[in-house]
Design a protein around this ligand. Structure first.
Ligand code: MN
Length: 509
């Protein structure tokens, strides 16, 4: 972040330059206009850092251009603190910049009410074991509720992305605030914002937020780990560099085009892992890891085979997140091998699309849309749960129903099941073959008469499990039954069954 001093008048050059690489001239003109508008509204306001206030919304917008977010998002980022802190109203924003931008700004304003209670700090400090089990559960429930509120209050996923960028810049300038505020905000960042970034698959943002918050939330622990790593880190880096070069040579010889990078673990996640492993650095194999990027999924598996023929894998440490992605859509192959000098080393293999998802998550989706390019089918296609989230408001006209649906679908753990063709479907835990059928296609749902799971006939209320292969049996003559509502889990199935039962009823009476 470039800091702007008092005597230099802030200007939107950086934002415009970045936006100009992917947005139209017309959009950039609107951005310039939004800058003028926000700068005028915030005139004579200063941040605790001493900078003119407009520097903050500008930095927020700048972060979002890195993710190639669309024009309304950038405009809303520039305007996001206007209704809260100035005399300008939401109506004026609506008139000047349109309904979409006004609604995004309104969403961000509302979210600023979601805050971690002060008293929780002490409980949180007990993370290292001093806190009781009840504290732990109560605290976890509390932060989970806050995370839910975030989703429940944002009608649009872009609102959360703006809020994350807003928080990132606030974290970068946190040093200017009084110490008790620093702690509260840092803790909030660790417990609410970073997990949200994680759920949206934006790995980059998650890591940045955590590393920025770590020294404020846990100053002593941060100092200790920095000290502990001061020798080890450069050593591992040098070693990984040799592993990387060896791998690149081997892959090239096998005709696999590859890029390879050394990837250092973020400090905060490393610390959390160390706490789990009794502070034994020797047990952390991925302190520095190698990441290999190859053109296709087939190349991923070929590279994995090649690595295993070169170096013996550690049993039980091969993870295939390509066949079974993480709930946030993350895909990669992970393996841990006895590499050079028999040293245990983690290697990750992925395609460029998977890499873009791992770094930008749901934000990657806007990149594809903006470029007008067709988003690659799989694996970077928006995960089902993201689409569900976007569709929920249309499915339910009644806001309470919507909120209930959101909690049901969105916040429970997800399971992954397969179609007979091997496509992966992402469903909520507790989903049944009926949910599966409606997720594939509403016609399949409407006419399902039975199901086979892993080749065996099961009742329609059968609970699906991770990795199940599900086949739906259909008959044109059947229609959904009201009692399916007792066991279905997804909103799509629920609303379609309801609709269909209602129409049936009308026909009969
Ligand atoms: Mn802000």
């Amino acid at each position: 972040m470039k800091l702007t001093t008092h005597n230099v008048q802030p200007n939107p050059t950086d934002v415009l330059k970045a936006a100009g690489t992917y947005l139209s001239v017309g959009d950039c003109q609107k951005i310039a206009k939004a800058f003028e508008f926000a700068a005028a509204a915030h005139a004579n306001q200063y941040r605790k850092t001493g900078e003119p206030y407009i520097v903050h919304p500008m930095a927020t917008a700048r972060i979002l251009t890195d993710y190639h977010m669309d024009a309304p998002t950038i405009l809303a980022a520039l305007l996001h603190d206007v209704p809260e802190d100035t005399a300008v109203t939401a109506k004026q924003i609506d008139r000047q910049f349109g309904r979409e931008v006004a609604e995004l700004v309104d969403g961000v304003t509302k979210l600023s009410k979601v805050r971690l209670k002060r008293g929780w700090l002490d409980v949180f400090r007990g993370y290292l074991g001093e806190r009781t089990k009840t504290d732990f559960t109560t605290f976890d429930r509390h932060v989970e509720t806050l995370r839910k509120m975030f989703f429940a209050m944002s009608r649009d996923i872009r609102v959360i992305i703006i809020k994350l960028a807003d928080r990132l810049h606030n974290m970068e300038t946190l040093g200017a605030l009084p110490i008790d505020k620093q702690r509260r905000i840092a803790q909030e960042t660790l417990e609410i914002y970073a997990p949200l970034a994680d759920r949206l698959g934006i790995g980059q943002l998650k890591g940045h937020l955590q590393d920025l918050a770590f020294p404020y939330a846990f100053p002593d622990e941060f100092a200790a780990i920095r000290h502990q790593l001061s020798d080890e880190f450069p050593k591992r880096h040098r070693y990984i560099e040799r592993v990387r070069r060896t791998l690149l040579k081997r892959l090239a010889r096998a005709g696999i085009r590859a890029e390879a990078h050394a990837r250092a673990k973020h400090l905060y996640s490393l610390w959390r892992k160390l706490v789990k492993y009794d502070n034994d650095l020797a047990k952390i194999y991925d302190l520095v890891a190698v990441r290999i990027i190859v053109p296709t999924i087939e190349d991923c598996y070929r590279a994995l085979g090649l690595i295993h023929s070169l170096w013996k894998p550690l049993p039980g440490r091969i993870k295939d997140y390509i066949a079974t992605p993480k709930p946030n859509g993350y895909q990669s192959l992970h393996t841990t091998v006895f590499a050079l000098q028999g040293k245990i080393t983690e290697i990750q293999i992925r395609t460029p699309e998977m890499h873009s998802w791992a770094e930008c998550g749901v934000a990657a989706h806007w990149t594809y849309k903006e470029l007008g390019a067709k988003a690659p089918a799989k694996p970077t296609e928006t995960p089902t749960w993201m689409k569900e989230l976007a569709n929920l408001r249309e499915t339910f006209a009644d806001p309470t129903e919507w909120r209930k649906g959101l909690e049901l679908d969105f916040f429970q753990d997800r399971i992954f099941v397969f179609t007979p063709h091997g496509d992966v479907l992402d469903l909520p835990t507790g989903a049944t073959p009926v949910d599966f059928a409606f997720t594939v296609h509403s016609d399949l749902g409407r006419h399902c008469i039975g199901a086979k799971v892993n080749g065996k006939l099961v009742p329609l209320s059968h609970l699906l499990e991770n990795g199940d292969i599900v086949e739906i049996l259909t008959s044109r003559k059947v229609t959904p039954r009201g009692d399916w509502l007792r066991f279905v889990k997804t909103n799509k199935a629920r609303s379609q069954i309801k609709r269909s039962v209602e129409t049936e009823g009308k026909v009969r009476s």
